[in-house]
Design a protein around this ligand. Structure first.
Ligand code: GDP
Length: 305
């Protein structure tokens, strides 16, 4: 994903190799190159500005280390700042102390929520959890079926508001996602599932009705985590979409999906920075195993590799 950004940054640092001391002009030239590389990778302008400002300040500052030469020093600073904009430390799911841990998924249609529900439940199962999925995307005709298929592949039960599903949901009003979410969580509690993942409806763009529905679901089920799923290839819209969802549902973590794509991907790097929320997972393909816990330090190192 970040190949071209990675190449550009590596080339920039190569120019500094062998220099015994960096002048202010060296630092400025380097920061300029970093700025261009980030902008070309689609990182949002305010994020680039802040990032390069901090790198410049630190590079010119008193952080002189006997162990590192000037080019290593700058690489170290950029590495730490990249890690910071990606959310700092690795952030794991906060498990509920009593009853099921409730995880709500939110994001635009096509972002990868339903696929993520399967990936996350398979991953949680492998760690000894007993997840259950709840289908609250009643907007898209196929969404419930799609979640059921994903549930079958991951071998986890799916609570869904129509016949053929596994539970008492026939009592629920089929058209009300808030009621379905509430009933799904209740069923998970009764059946002693320790994690319940609630898939919600998205639209192609940010939409007031969709957001209100997501907000109501959040209020009804009081999730431990609200994961905002974003397609890494969405480009410059990423920032506004993320800000809208953050305002709408106050998400607790970010999932970058489609990181396997070959788009520039820098917009995804901006999302954590502008919302102040951590990236928690990376989705890297259509298969249920194409999924990993996101480590900001490893991603930063990979970009600077
Ligand atoms: P939703 O509308 O948010 O539930 O999105 P879906 O889970 O239905 O995903 C939309 C499309 O993106 C589907 O065709 C998925 O197979 C595909 N998809 C989801 N996650 C990934 C990913 O990480 N990489 C790739 N390449 N495709 C993905």
């Amino acid at each position: 994903m970040f190949n071209s950004l990675s190449d550009r940054l590596t080339a920039t640092f190569k120019n500094l190799r062998g220099k015994g001391r960096l002048t202010e002009a060296d630092v400025d030239a380097t920061v300029r190159e970093i700025r261009r590389a980030l902008l070309d990778a689609d990182v949002a302008v305010p994020v680039v500005r802040e990032f390069t400002g901090r790198v410049r300040e630190r590079a010119l500052g008193a952080e002189v280390s006997a162990a590192l030469n000037p080019s290593q020093q700058i690489v170290k600073i950029v590495n730490e700042e990249l890690q910071e904009i990606l959310g700092g430390e690795t952030r794991r799911i906060r498990l509920a102390k009593n009853g099921p841990t409730i995880i709500m998924l939110a994001g635009l249609q096509g972002a990868g929520k339903t696929t993520l529900a399967g990936k996350l439940s398979k991953w949680l199962k492998a760690q000894g959890h007993s997840p259950m999925l709840v289908a609250c995307d009643l907007q898209r005709p196929n969404a419930v079926t799609q979640l059921q298929v994903v549930g079958q592949r991951a071998n986890v039960p799916v609570f869904a508001p129509h016949p053929g599903a596994t539970s008492q949901e026939l009592d629920q009003p089929a058209g009300d996602p808030v009621a379905v979410a509430r009933a799904g969580v209740e069923e998970a509690r009764q059946k002693l599932h320790d994690v319940v993942i609630v898939d919600t409806a998205g639209r192609l763009g940010v939409d007031a009705d969709m957001m209100e529905q997501a907000r109501q679901i959040r209020r009804a089920i009081v999730p431990n985590e609200v994961l905002f799923v974003i397609d890494s290839m969405i480009g410059q819209d990423a920032v506004n979409t993320a800000l809208a969802f953050d305002e709408g549902v106050n998400f607790t973590g970010i999932v970058l999906s489609k990181l396997d794509g070959d788009a520039r991907g820098g917009a995804a790097l901006s999302v954590a920075s502008v919302t102040g929320k951590p990236v928690m997972f990376a989705s890297t393909g259509e298969g249920l195993d194409d999924f990993e816990l996101f480590h900001p330090d490893r991603m930063a190192s990979r970009i600077l590799d």
